[in-house]
Write a protein that binds this ligand. Structure first.
Ligand SMILES: Cc1cc2nc3c(=O)[nH]c(=O)nc-3n(C[C@H](O)[C@H](O)[C@H](O)COP(=O)(O)O)c2cc1C
Length: 205
């Protein structure tokens, strides 16, 4: 790990102008040294992503933060396009694709639905974790460590006071990285996959 750690926030909000919660979250951390923000909707309003530029920024980062409002139980479309294009075979995954290996991935996401709505008997029918496997497996396939996500629920009603602990938690996590992250035991640490199934194995897809 380089010292000091380098953090890239990949920020994707289709209407940042009307954002309340993501705006505050971002404003709470973007002044930290060694934090760089790529605002995808500002950089690529026409969806023409500069792939080499993005890959270079990722190569220069230790912690990659994906920050976005949850849209249809997933990420906004430009972030999906960014992953589709930037996480290339032979660069991010596959036999020769090791560029992201050993990096950390942190999801910071906000939902309109309250935490209580993300329950088996709630409006969204499932705990929010049930929507995360595609993120976690993407991290895993690329050899990144999937850190515990920071999810802010109930954004429509949350007052500034109610949001304060999460704003502070975001800043705390970025300002004290990597100290806390090395203490985290990820699912992959607890349940390592067999060597022949490791990303980059010649038998992989
Ligand atoms: C197109 C669209 C889809 C959305 N889908 C969801 C969803 O699946 N689950 C949810 O809890 N909220 C959903 N929301 C609400 C947003 O997540 C919420 O407005 C956002 O987190 C608020 O953050 P902001 O203040 O930064 O804009 C959706 C909003 C839009 C516009």
């Amino acid at each position: 790990m380089h010292s000091p750690p380098r953090i890239l926030i990949v920020y994707a909000h289709p209407s940042h102008g009307t954002s309340r919660v993501n705006r505050r979250l971002r404003e709470h951390v973007q002044d930290l040294p060694h934090v760089r923000v790529h605002d995808l909707y500002e950089m690529y309003p026409d969806f023409h992503i500069d792939v080499p530029h993005e890959q270079q920024a990722l190569e220069q980062s230790d912690l990659i933060v994906l920050q976005h409002p949850v849209y249809w139980y997933s990420m906004p479309s430009l972030l999906k396009e960014w992953i589709d294009l930037v996480f290339e075979h032979g660069w991010a995954y596959g036999h020769e694709g090791h560029a992201l290996r050993g990096k950390d991935l942190l999801l910071v996401a906000t939902t309109g639905g309250a935490a209580s709505a993300y329950q088996p008997d709630g409006y969204h029918r499932r705990p929010f974790d049930a929507f995360l496997p595609p993120y976690e497996q993407t991290a895993h396939l690329c050899g990144m460590r999937w850190l515990p996500p920071l999810i802010v629920h109930g954004t429509r009603r949350a007052s500034d006071e109610e949001m304060a602990p999460q704003l502070n938690s975001y800043r705390e996590r970025l300002s004290t990285y990597p100290a806390w992250s090395t203490q985290v035991q990820t699912a992959a640490d607890r349940d390592p996959i067999m060597p022949q199934l490791q990303p980059g194995n010649p038998n992989d897809a």
